[in-house]
Design a protein around this ligand. Structure first.
Ligand SMILES: [Zn+2]
Length: 160
């Protein structure tokens, strides 16, 4: 380990190795998602770290590019050994994992917006006889501006 970064586990790799990251199986377990199935492979696969990194069709191209670059396909048992072969391998595999995890994060945020959009709201208002409420179904998302010229999501992205 002559290269300093060679032995350092970065944020995305830690998510993959621990399984604690933007994977629906993990989010679902803690009530942060409505299902644990992979949105691309549904209903055949649970979206966990293993599925995302080694199997999911969404990342087939990235996975193939990585295999071409390092001369071998990643598997559960070869991930760590292949990383330790050289600092070049370490960098290439880290970049692959980062690209996948960034996309996982983007997809999760998109699902979150959809859930916000479809969730029911309770509107509270004051009357002369006290506070009353009204159920709103399929409310307007908190962070979306639908009026022109935006037309697209104007997210505040307050939560990092
Ligand atoms: Zn999948």
């Amino acid at each position: 380990m002559d290269d300093k970064s060679h032995g350092q586990l970065n944020f995305h790799l830690t998510q993959v190795i621990s399984g604690h990251g933007c994977f629906r199986s993990y989010l679902f377990r803690f009530g942060h998602d409505t299902a644990e199935e992979c949105p691309a492979c549904f209903p055949t696969a649970v979206e966990d770290a293993e599925h995302v990194i080694f199997q999911c069709g969404r990342y087939a191209t990235l996975r193939q590019e990585l295999a071409d670059a390092i001369g071998e396909r990643l598997t559960v048992s070869t991930l760590v050994p292949l990383m330790l072969v050289s600092s070049t391998n370490w960098t290439l595999i880290s970049q692959f994992v980062a690209a996948v995890m960034n996309e996982q994060r983007r997809a999760e945020k998109a699902r979150q917006r959809t859930r916000d959009y479809l969730s029911d709201r309770k509107l509270w208002y004051t009357t002369s006889t006290g506070t009353e409420s009204y159920e709103v179904t399929g409310g307007v998302p908190r962070d979306q501006c639908s009026a022109p010229p935006c037309g697209t999501l104007c997210t505040t992205e307050s939560s990092a």
